[in-house]
Design a protein around this ligand. Structure first.
Ligand code: MN
Length: 243
């Protein structure tokens, strides 16, 4: 198995764990919607799980409220609306990303928007460890020399995203890497040159910080380190496959 095949096989199935928020399991298992998926309701927006003001003063309540109830909700609705137009239902959101060129651009944009925020809300959820595990710290040191250097490179990469996008720490067969994506793309999409399992990510769309930080993206990125839930990062780090 070469590296490419290994990466591909290691990514398959990641759809399963991170996908736990879709109604593939909940509605079908509960039988609420019968045995067939109904168009327009494939995916549901997971609860935020904490109060809008829980991340104050680093991320303000108003930003969280609008970000979750407007932006993320719209991506979810638009994704479902787009999928309802298709003749067959996708197996999973990760399966969509792995075959993203076969879908309309609206599925790409809204599917990414739906999924990326699902991950991000958990990464910035209150609680959890305030620092990476010893195991993750060693992996970061191996890849970036030191934790401080990792942080510095991550911030610089996130600063370098022109316009709207995301910065990611990903797990690859060759170790941890930092990558960025445009718009709502993510490192699971077949079109990305750097692919891997997302374990830490930051939203650098202006809607994520503009109310509090205006044009000062760097201040937002510095504050981001104060709200990272390292237990959740560890959870993603331990995944062998995305699902
Ligand atoms: Mn966003």
């Amino acid at each position: 198995m070469n590296k490419r095949e290994f990466l591909k096989s290691s990514l398959l199935g990641v759809g399963a764990t991170l996908l736990s928020t879709s109604v593939f399991s909940s509605s079908i298992m509960s039988g609420k919607k019968g045995n067939t998926l109904q168009s327009g309701d494939l995916f549901e927006q997971p609860p935020l799980g904490y109060a809008f003001d829980a991340l104050e003063p680093y991320i303000d309540a108003r930003t969280m409220e609008i970000h979750y109830t407007k932006h993320h909700a719209a991506y979810t609705k638009n994704l479902n609306d787009q999928l309802a137009k298709l003749s067959s239902h996708p197996k999973s959101i990760v399966h969509i990303f792995e075959h993203i060129t076969q879908y309309p651009v609206a599925v790409r944009n809204n599917g990414g928007g739906y999924y990326n925020h699902n991950l991000f809300w958990k990464i910035i959820a209150p609680g959890g460890s305030r620092e990476p595990s010893a195991e993750l710290k060693r992996a970061l040191e191996s890849a970036f020399g030191s934790f401080d250097n990792f942080k510095k490179v991550f911030i610089e990469k996130a600063m370098g995203v022109f316009g709207s996008g995301w910065a990611w720490l990903i797990k690859t067969p060759l170790g941890l890497k930092i990558t960025t994506t445009a718009n709502q793309d993510n490192p699971l999409m077949e079109t990305e040159t750097e692919r891997g399992i997302p374990i830490l990510m930051v939203d650098v769309w202006e809607h994520a910080y503009y109310l509090k930080y205006q044009n000062r993206r760097r201040e937002y990125l510095e504050a981001f380190w104060q709200v990272i839930n390292w237990d959740q990062v560890q959870h993603y780090f331990q995944m062998e496959r995305v699902a």
